[in-house]
Structures are given as C-alpha cells and as structure tokens.
Write a protein that binds this ligand. Structure first.
Ligand code: ZN
Ligand code: ZN
Ligand code: ZN
Length: 388
C-alpha cells in the first residue's frame, strides 16, 4: 500500500499541486494579480474540494506572485472538510478561515493586496461576492477565470480520461439494460426513474439527466420525459448521464420498439433518416484528430446530413466538451475556430428531428488522441430494434 495522498476521485494529490502551479503561471502570463475561484468545477479541478455552494464565502485565492501563498478561504465551520481536500493535504495551498462575525472580504483584500489592478473571478461566482471584491479592491479590473483556465481544463490528463471512461462504461451498461427491458406500456417518466436508479447502481455519484423521448417526443432534443405511454412501433431517444468521481457521462442511443409485432418494425423513412445519421456520426468521430478545428468537425457531420437533404432537421451543434462539467469547452459548433488538441474530451452527437413525427440522435464521448479518436462509449450504434 503506497502512502500517496489521493482525492476522493482517486487522483493523486501531487497532481493538484501541478494544476495549482499551472494556474499560477497562467495567472502571471495573463497579467493578472490573482485568480479568485469560488465554489464549483474550477475549485474541484484546482483543489479537489467539492464545497457546498452557500452564501458564506469559500474562495481559492491564487496570487500571481510565487512568493505569496495560495490560500483557500473558508468559513471556520467548514475548516475540517476544507483541510481534507488534496490541495491542502499535500501542502500546495493553505487554509484561511473567517469567523461567523467577520467580514471575509477584508481577508480577500489582504491576500490579493488592496492595490491590485486586475483579477479574474470564476464564471459562476455569486454576484454578491463580486460586488464585495469590487468594494475592497476598488482599483481592480475583473475578468473571467475561464479565459485563464480553459486551456488547462480542456486538456484532460490520464487520470481524468480514466474517470471519463469509467463514467462512459457505466452509462453504456444502463443504456443496454434499459433497451433490453420492458418499454411498451410504460410511461416515459417510469423509464426515466429506472434510468436514474441504474445510473447510481452502476457506479455514478449521481444521475444528472434522463431524457426518455418516445414517438413524436423523439423529435424534441431536450424532451425530459412525460406521462406519455410508450407504444409499439415507435422510436425512443434515450439520452442519459451522471457524474462518476466528479466526471460526466453522456450517451444517447435511439431504439425502435415493435411490441413483439413484426409488422410494427421501423418506418422506412425512419430507417433512412437513421442511416444518414449513423453515417454522419461515424464520419465526424473518424475525423477527430489534433489540429482539426471544432467548426470543421461540426461541418463533417452537418455536410453529410445536408447532402441527404436533411440539413434543416439537424438543429443543434454537433457536440460539447465534457469533464467536471456536463457542458464545457470545447464546443463543437460553427464559429468555433479552436483547434482540437490531444486530451480534449467532447461529445459527438448529431441528431435529425422531424417535428411532430419522430427523431433520432446518436451520442458518444470522444477523446482526441495523438493518432485520432478515442471513443469512450462501447455501446453499439446500429439502430436497435427491440420487442420492448
Ligand atoms: Zn443536449
Ligand atoms: Zn446527451
Ligand atoms: Zn451531450
């Protein structure tokens, strides 16, 4: 048994020290005095600390100057869990507590330096906190932490890819079990409840979303579920995910249920739509490599669908980055010229939707590898025709 300190996600604490060093270097390179990171994905990334998002200030202060300590400010009553996080445990940051009757903003000013000229705050920080920073740092210009951290967070390291793969495989097993089970005669909401239970049973920390869209609802990309009873002879789009060790899963498969009646097999028009979709999804996945732009990857899927005359029915981007957040950079969308690089993880999820009739989507999580795509999901992509 080694003495390596690890976060709850199994990532060695030394890795958090490296992330903090990288964040500090990026802060200095951006000409900022400090990063002010509130509760959320950035804090989990940098410190391994999943704090509760409360009205009391919890804040990681990363000064650009290497001489100043990186400090995790937290309310005294949360010092115990804060101290246990890997960044503190490994000594890469220190704790700064504030008492219930104290103004934590005074602590922020002292750590950043009241003469600070520029600081970045995490994107999801409470407005009340930002107003407090503006009060105690009157000379500072504020920008967003994402502009400083996105390059680091987009490129997943081996530990992160392992967690994403574990999450993907857990979600694969849920899709397989749902597709193999009874569907006809149940409501979408009832199947969605089973999805949530299975996501957790297969190892997720929690279920995050559970789209079960049957019949005409399959043409609505973000239909969550309803009391509609699933019938024989219709498609179901199943788009589900959760977090595992903090990292997201996100898979979509489309099944066709016959109810055991061979005459209720896939509508020929649906089959054609699905073939076009599967070809587009496979082509976009195969095109993943370092140096291709996000918008070029989107175009690979879009051009195939357009060539089949179905362009107007592909109404969303091809994909989104995934990691500690379900949707994060890089977005695979027209207008995003970002070049894909080794370690970037994102969904490839084209869909085709004929409103009022039916739709389909196929989604995998893909990591950009040195030599091309690394597809994390292993669930087959052919149209699954089940008796349901
Ligand atoms: Zn979506
Ligand atoms: Zn999805
Ligand atoms: Zn997705």
């Amino acid at each position: 048994m080694s003495g390596v300190i690890r976060g709850r996600d199994g990532i060695p604490a030394s890795r958090y020290a490296e992330r903090l060093a990288g964040a500090r270097a990026a802060t200095a390179a951006a000409g900022l005095d400090a990063l002010l990171v509130g509760v959320g994905a950035d804090l989990r990334y940098l410190a391994g600390y999943a704090a509760m998002p409360l009205e009391r200030l919890t804040l990681l202060v990363i000064p650009a100057a290497a001489s100043a300590p990186i400090t995790l400010i937290c309310p005294r009553l949360e010092a115990t869990p804060a101290r246990a996080c890997p960044a503190i445990a490994v000594g890469a940051a220190v704790i700064g507590t504030w008492e219930e009757t104290e103004d934590p903003m005074a602590l922020v000013a002292r750590l950043v330096g009241p003469g600070a000229e520029a600081a970045a705050v995490s994107d999801g920080l409470r407005a009340a906190f930002l107003l407090g920073f503006q009060r105690v740092l009157p000379g500072a210009r504020f920008s967003l932490v994402s502009t400083v951290l996105r390059d680091l967070r987009m490129r997943k390291d081996a530990h992160e890819v392992t967690l994403l793969r574990d999450a993907a495989h857990a979600a694969d097993r849920v899709v397989a079990a749902i597709a193999a089970g009874r569907l006809v005669g149940r409501t979408e909401n009832d199947v969605a409840r089973e999805v949530r239970e299975r996501l957790v049973a297969e190892g997720h920390d929690q279920a995050e979303f559970w789209i079960v869209a049957s019949g005409p609802n399959s043409a609505s990309p973000h239909h969550e579920g309803s009391d509609r009873v699933i019938g024989a002879g219709e498609p179901i789009v199943i788009d589900i995910g959760g977090t595992l060790g903090g990292y997201g899963s996100d898979i979509t498969r489309t099944v066709w249920v016959t109810g055991g009646d061979p005459s209720r097999g896939p509508d020929p028009e649906f089959r054609r739509l699905y073939t076009v979709l599967q070809d587009a999804q496979a082509a976009a996945t195969a095109a993943v490599r370092p140096g291709i732009s996000a918008e070029a990857l989107d175009a690979v899927a879009r051009d195939r669908i357009a060539a089949a005359g179905l362009g107007p029915y592909f109404i969303h981007r091809t994909g989104h980055g995934i990691g500690l957040e379900g949707h994060e950079d890089p977005y695979i969308v027209a207008g995003n010229a970002e070049l894909l690089d080794v370690g970037m993880a994102f969904s490839v999820e084209p869909g085709i939707y004929l409103e009022g009739r039916f739709g389909a989507r196929i989604e995998d999580i893909v990591v950009c590898g040195e030599a091309g795509p690394i597809v994390l999901n292993e669930q087959p992509r052919d149209l699954l025709v089940v008796s349901g």
